[in-house]
Ligand binder design. Structure first.
Ligand code: DC
Length: 229
């Protein structure tokens, strides 16, 4: 009899802290990590590289289905390869994020990436970070989390992150971009961003990262998915 590995889904809007929290929770549990947003970003980057127009749905679905990617975990960091080349930084630009949001609105692209995401579910367990992990990809997950934070707080965090990376961006334009991307992610007809009916909604506006990781660890322990440490 095969036992299905447990999965914790962590969904929510961009900038709510999903990436950092998911990485820390996976490291604490020794579980695998799925950064599903990276797959949409890689699809967008591959499309640009191969000059596929961002509104050609069938061609973009082909790009998604035949993506040649690898995630190489090295300690806390992960190197992302696209067609054998390091794409770790290239997929994090605002342009690729914007293109990813557009390709992610296309049903054929989402369908093409579905099984690839499910394949990440392996023992001893998976932390799945995205927008539709609990609502579409892993509907049977034993713990579903929806992380939120106010748009202003998310813009502030992004601003700080960019400043630390030496990039000067205006807070008001970042806020506008975040609001536009939220609207697109929430209003798309397929897999719109929303909490699963059985998700626990956690507002991180006034919480620190360690506080959120502790809260998730508590929930995992309560559900018998992790042992108390
Ligand atoms: O989380 P992120 O910023 O890396 O995601 C990039 C884009 O991909 C974002 O616009 C939302 C979309 N996305 C999605 O539609 N479904 C997912 N499971 C993950 C990301």
């Amino acid at each position: 009899m095969s036992v299905v590995a447990p999965v914790v889904t962590i969904d929510g809007p961009g900038g709510a802290g999903k990436g950092t929290i998911s990485r820390l929770v996976a490291a604490r549990l020794g579980w695998h990590l799925l950064d599903s947003g990276a797959l949409y970003r890689l699809t967008a980057l591959a499309a640009v590289k191969h000059e596929v127009p961002l509104d050609d749905e069938p061609a973009l679905a082909d790009v998604a289905a035949s993506l040649d990617v690898a995630f190489l975990a090295e300690g806390a960091a992960t190197t992302v390869l696209l067609e054998g080349q390091d794409a770790t930084n290239a997929i994090r630009t605002e342009q690729v994020g914007d293109a990813a949001s557009r390709v992610a609105a296309l049903p054929a692209v989402r369908q093409a990436l579905l099984q690839r995401q499910r394949d990440f579910r392996q023992a001893p367990g998976l932390v799945a970070d995205g927008r539709d992990m609990g609502t579409v990809v892993f509907t049977d997950a034993p713990l579903k989390i929806f992380l939120t934070a106010s748009a202003e707080e998310r813009a502030r965090r992004r601003h700080l992150q960019l400043r630390e990376a030496g990039v000067d961006a205006s807070l008001s334009s970042l806020l506008k971009e975040i609001q536009a991307r939220d609207a697109r992610d929430m209003q798309r007809s397929v897999a719109p961003l929303k909490p699963a009916i059985d998700a626990i909604v956690l507002d991180t506006t006034r919480l620190t990262i360690p506080e959120v990781v502790d809260r998730l660890t508590e929930l995992l322990t309560e559900r018998g998915l992790a042992s108390a440490t």
